[in-house]
Design a protein around this ligand. Structure first.
Ligand code: AMP
Length: 185
């Protein structure tokens, strides 16, 4: 299965992503994790990305598109993957479509995890990551609303969007995700 996982920061994507890859045995492509690893290793990409990440802004599209394009060619992606945190802009989504069209490997489904904004703020403020300071959280939520939420319409127009309510216990939420994903197995 080829899955895109979309949701605002703090929606619980990371927790659910772990459960999805455990059950459906797909590669987990988290661009946030990839960028944090690059930053910690002080690679050229990591150094460039750091100033955007620490202020809650999106890292430029060309960096992300090159990163994912390379990653999708690796062997563990051939049987399917969960894209977690990518695409986050329309330009990224269009670039992804182009890559997938060239290889004749269309997406199966785009899963959206829905959580209201006041709940996101509460969760993020309790998490303690470096980019979880209140002013940075606000920026990340603004980036989601402005740049990423247009993807919901983009993918619903293609008939790919399935939305899941992200309020409730981890198990309750995962049960809804399973119901959706079991249609595509
Ligand atoms: P995440 O762990 O997915 O919340 O990502 C952490 C940070 O990495 C984000 O706030 C962005 O600065 C950056 N980032 C991750 N994925 C992307 C993406 N697809 N496009 C642009 N920036 C990204």
């Amino acid at each position: 299965m080829r899955i895109v996982f979309i949701g605002p920061p703090g929606a619980g994507k990371g927790t659910q992503a772990e459960k999805i890859i455990a059950k459906y045995a797909t590669a987990h492509l988290s661009t946030g994790d990839m960028l944090r690893a690059a930053r910690d290793a002080q690679t050229e990409v990591g150094v460039k990305a750091e100033k955007y990440m620490s202020s809650g802004q999106l890292v430029p599209d060309d960096i992300l598109i090159a990163m994912i394009s390379e990653r999708l060619q690796q062997a563990d992606c051939q049987a399917g993957y969960l894209l977690d945190g990518f695409p986050r802009t329309i330009a990224q989504a269009e670039a992804l479509d182009e890559m997938l069209e060239q290889n004749n490997t269309p997406l199966d489904v785009v899963l959206e995890l829905q959580v209201p904004e006041d709940e996101l703020f509460k969760r993020l403020a309790g998490r303690g990551r470096a980019d979880d300071k209140p002013e940075v959280i606000r920026e990340r939520l603004v980036a989601y609303t402005k740049q990423t939420s247009p993807l919901l319409e983009y993918y619903s127009g293609k008939g790919l969007l399935q939305s899941v309510n992200g309020l409730g216990s981890v198990e309750e939420i995962f049960a809804q995700i399973e119901t959706q994903l079991d249609c595509y197995k």
